[in-house]
Design a protein around this ligand. Structure first.
Ligand SMILES: C[S@@+](CC[C@H](N)C(=O)[O-])C[C@H]1O[C@@H](n2cnc3c(N)ncnc32)[C@H](O)[C@@H]1O
Length: 222
């Protein structure tokens, strides 16, 4: 999606994707994810993080939580709403907002900075892959493969699937077959839950959807 689209969504406060609580799926599955980690939990990356409450929840379980977000409005709202003080620094193409063990990189996900290039133990993708238009999804996934993964990294992906002809997106429909195409070359993909969430998403029902599935995956190197 072109950056202007998202900047405008934030300017207009058109952020129906934002949850006013920690994502219940994350709360349910995080202990399962953590139990599979051999090393001490350390670094978690949240691409396209918005102003999600999940950042604070993850910061209780990881030594470092790093978010990447285009919109300065989202980042400033996040610190204000969470009542967190922060400092600001600059690095390559990013402005970095730091508060305790949370660092938010404001800028484009595809502009990789030196400091960002590290292994993460967990990549938490909620409403991020499905926010990418089809033509950017391979580049998005390749960014993880090239810069952010070690042999033990787990990707916790919460994706949506629906009949794409019923609604334009974003969020786009990204079903198992496509996830397998994007990650299946070297990664094992485990489905840990699949739920019909249309009843909880009246705005999508109004837009014409007849079915909306939320699927949670754990993706790991083979
Ligand atoms: C659907 S929202 C999801 C936000 C968050 N993950 C959540 O669960 O609330 C997608 C977010 O990605 C941000 N975004 C879109 N394209 C981006 C890019 N290329 N680089 C960084 N952030 C981007 C948007 O500003 C928006 O906040």
């Amino acid at each position: 999606m072109i950056p202007d689209f998202w900047q405008q969504r934030w300017q207009e406060n058109n952020i129906g994707f934002h949850l006013e609580q920690v994502n219940p799926v994350l709360q349910k599955v995080l202990s399962n994810v953590l139990s599979k980690q051999s090393q001490e939990y350390s670094r978690c990356l949240v691409p396209l993080c918005g102003k999600s409450h999940d950042l604070v929840y993850l910061a209780k379980h990881f030594k470092h939580v790093v978010g990447i977000e285009l919109s300065e409005i989202a980042i400033l709202d996040f610190f204000k709403e969470q009542s967190l003080d922060y400092s600001i620094s600059d690095e390559d193409n990013y402005k970095i907002y730091t508060s305790n063990n949370i660092k938010l990189y404001q800028g484009d996900f595809f502009e990789i900075s030196k400091e960002l290039k590290q292994d993460y133990d967990l990549i938490y993708d909620r409403a991020a892959l499905v926010a990418m238009p089809k033509e950017l999804r391979q580049a998005y996934v390749d960014t993880f493969k090239n810069f952010y993964l070690n042999n033990n990294t787990q990707i916790l992906l919460i994706a949506l699937s629906y009949n794409q002809s019923e609604m334009q997106g974003p969020p786009f429909s990204v079903a198992f077959d496509e996830i397998n195409m994007l990650y299946g070359d070297k990664f094992s993909i485990t489905i840990i839950s699949k739920t019909d969430v249309l009843a909880q998403a009246p705005r999508f029902k109004e837009m014409g959807l007849n079915k909306l599935e939320e699927t949670t995956y754990i993706i790991q190197l083979n």
